[in-house]
Write a protein that binds this ligand. Structure first.
Ligand code: 13P
Ligand code: SF4
Length: 332
């Protein structure tokens, strides 16, 4: 499914002849070599984009990888907040986002000025923000988390420390339920993960009684309750590889199936459909804006670049670094 309402961007060098198929992939790799560029992709992007990337990972791994890359250019095949995180970690490098319209509904559900007001109303609270936020929201945060490390980072605070968690009410509610904390939650959500249907999942569980249910914690609580494994995209992938089961119902964006099938080729992965569609593909409109053609053009033109104002970048770096340091300490 392609996005309907998302604005498209006019891309640089559109007039140049575009190679096709395998030639296009080769041309992209050649440009990477010429320009000392690295391509990073999230598991939710199109399969051919993941295939051309140097590194494919979840949000935590993408940030960790950016922090240590020696490339001059990072092409971030993902959404805008991921590009911002890379730019904040690597201010001297060019960070390219193949389509700048690739935003994130969850990040957008938390405007920085409103979040800052909320934070101000609770001066005794420490502020934890999910990485799916704008740089400006991170700038009023004490520590950033991803779904790979949220539990451990929340538990690193003393039990009596009042906490704010934003912006995902589902992930925050899930972390409250497994840690016994009572964090104040921002009322945001991801449009992809909110769409999964309990009814359809229960039907599929009846059809495949031996299947293990893999759920991303951005899903609603009623879906999470039906899970055998709740975790980040990387954690779900790891579970699928290591598990003795051979069938899995996958309750997250369907792009992850590409890597699951690749890493566990003998197993069956069934994408769970969203409630309002007969199609089993619950896709993130924003991630799917990234195409091989746009990767090629942005590498050629070295644009569009992700920029973060210096004062915001400086304030947002602190909570991102705090996340990376805690994760390293905990071996995550
Ligand atoms: P992960 O960190 O689990 O890859 O999640 C990123 C994301 O955007 C989920 O919707
Ligand atoms: Fe944002 Fe949801 Fe897309 Fe992840 S799947 S990038 S949270 S809109």
């Amino acid at each position: 499914m392609k996005p309907k309402n998302t604005p498209t961007t006019s891309l640089p060098n559109a007039e140049k002849v575009m190679p096709q198929g395998e030639e296009l992939k080769k041309a992209i790799r050649n440009l990477c070599r010429e320009k000392n560029a690295v391509i990073m992709a999230h598991y939710y992007t199109e399969a051919d984009v993941q295939e051309v990337a140097d590194f494919v990972g979840d949000s935590l791994a993408l940030a960790q990888q950016a922090a240590k890359t020696e490339a001059d250019i990072i092409v971030m095949c993902g959404v805008h907040f991921m590009g911002e995180t890379n730019k904040i970690l690597c201010p001297q490098k060019k960070v390219l986002l193949p389509d700048p319209a690739a935003t994130c509904s969850l990040a957008e559900s938390c405007p920085a000025d409103k979040f800052a007001e909320f934070v101000k109303q609770h001066p005794d609270h420490k502020v934890i923000s999910y990485v799916n936020t704008s740089a400006a929201t991170k700038a009023v945060t004490d520590v950033v988390v991803t779904s790979s490390n949220a539990r451990q980072i929340v538990e690193s605070f003393p039990e009596d420390q009042p906490l704010i968690f934003g912006p995902d009410r589902n992930l925050g509610g899930y972390i409250n339920s497994i840690t016994g904390r009572n964090m104040l939650l921002w009322d945001g959500a991801c449009h992809v993960h909110e769409r999964f249907s309990v009814v359809k999942l229960v039907e599929l569980k009846k059809q495949y009684p031996q299947a293990k249910v893999l759920v991303h914690p951005e899903c609603k609580g009623a879906i999470v309750k039906l899970a055998d494994k709740v975790g980040s995209t990387a954690a779900l992938l790891r579970y699928a590889i290591d598990s003795e089961a051979d069938t899995f119902l996958v309750v997250t964006e369907s792009g992850i199936l590409h890597e699951m099938q690749k890493k566990a080729p003998g197993k069956q992965f069934i994408p769970v459909p969203p409630e309002d569609s007969a199609c089993a593909c619950n896709e993130c409109n924003y991630m799917r804006l990234v195409t091989l053609e746009k990767v090629y053009r942005c590498l050629q033109a070295e644009a569009p670049e992700v920029e973060v104002p210096a004062d915001i970048a400086e304030a947002a770096l602190r909570p991102i670094q705090a996340m990376l340091e805690i994760s390293e300490r905990l071996g995550l």
